[in-house]
Design a protein around this ligand. Structure first.
Ligand SMILES: [Fe+2]
Length: 250
């Protein structure tokens, strides 16, 4: 896989300055993240202990599944922020959304919920979707002046490694065969770069939280300087504990 590269120090910057989480499901009652206020507070305490000071609340937005409005997200953020302030947990909550890339996504571009204070439109690419649809929708996002921030590209089935290092296991062979052709994958990543996309890594991906293959992809992407942002994608206190524990080894 050929990618544009940046100096090693710059590519590691997102790991050194870990005070802001760009992807987190901390808002209670909005999606499959924190179920209760107490869970959200536990997550906030863990974040603070680990040195984080700003958290983007990026609840899922999926038609037919998680459909809370932007107003609901703002209200939930305000309520949780008030509780954090009351508990003296020095974390600033910022609004955002993890948009699901499907045929309904363009509806959300009329009044998009960007990552607060930025022009970034966080978007998750589903496991099974036509490459041409992905390209067309992200192009439309970019045409409206927003910057698509691709959530955890290392977990995206449409983006695979062209070189498996000559040591493929039987599992990897069959896994890759089931997915998109390599030519398309490389072209797709180049296309993302060409239209100005940015890329958010999941901290847990680097230590096998999602399996060896995702880890291998994350390492390859990071080595190529692809990533611009880092997130935990944490959904509950136990999940976050695991992510922060393994993340310390970076
Ligand atoms: Fe997420």
């Amino acid at each position: 896989m050929t990618l544009s590269t940046v100096p090693p120090d710059d590519s590691r910057l997102i790991f050194r300055e870990r005070v802001k989480d760009y992807h987190c499901h901390i808002l209670p009652g909005i999606d499959d993240g924190a179920e209760t206020l107490e869970s959200a507070l536990s997550m906030a305490r863990l974040f603070h202990e680990a040195g984080y000071r700003e958290i983007y609340c990026t609840s899922h937005h999926i038609r037919g599944k998680y459909e809370a409005s932007s107003t609901d997200v703002f209200d939930a953020r305000c309520k949780l922020q008030a509780e954090l302030d009351r508990e003296n947990i020095a974390i600033k909550l910022l609004v955002g959304r993890e948009h699901y890339l499907d045929e309904f996504l363009l509806d959300h571009l009329k009044q998009p919920l960007l990552l607060e204070g930025t022009n970034l439109f966080l978007v998750e690419i589903p496991a099974f979707i036509a490459i041409e649809l992905v390209k067309e929708i992200l192009f439309q996002v970019a045409c409206r002046g927003y910057v698509p921030l691709i959530a955890h590209p290392e977990r995206c089935n449409l983006l695979e490694l062209a070189d498996q290092g000559g040591k493929k296991s039987k599992f990897w062979d069959s896994w890759i065969t089931r997915n998109a052709p390599v030519d398309n994958e490389v072209n797709l990543l180049r296309y993302f770069q060409d239209i100005g996309c940015q890329f958010q890594a999941n901290l847990g991906s680097f230590h096998g939280l999602y399996g060896r293959y995702v880890q291998k992809k994350a390492e390859a992407f990071e080595k190529a300087g692809l990533y611009t942002h880092l997130g935990t994608d944490a959904h509950n206190p136990e999940h976050l504990k695991t992510i922060l524990k393994i993340g310390k080894r970076l």
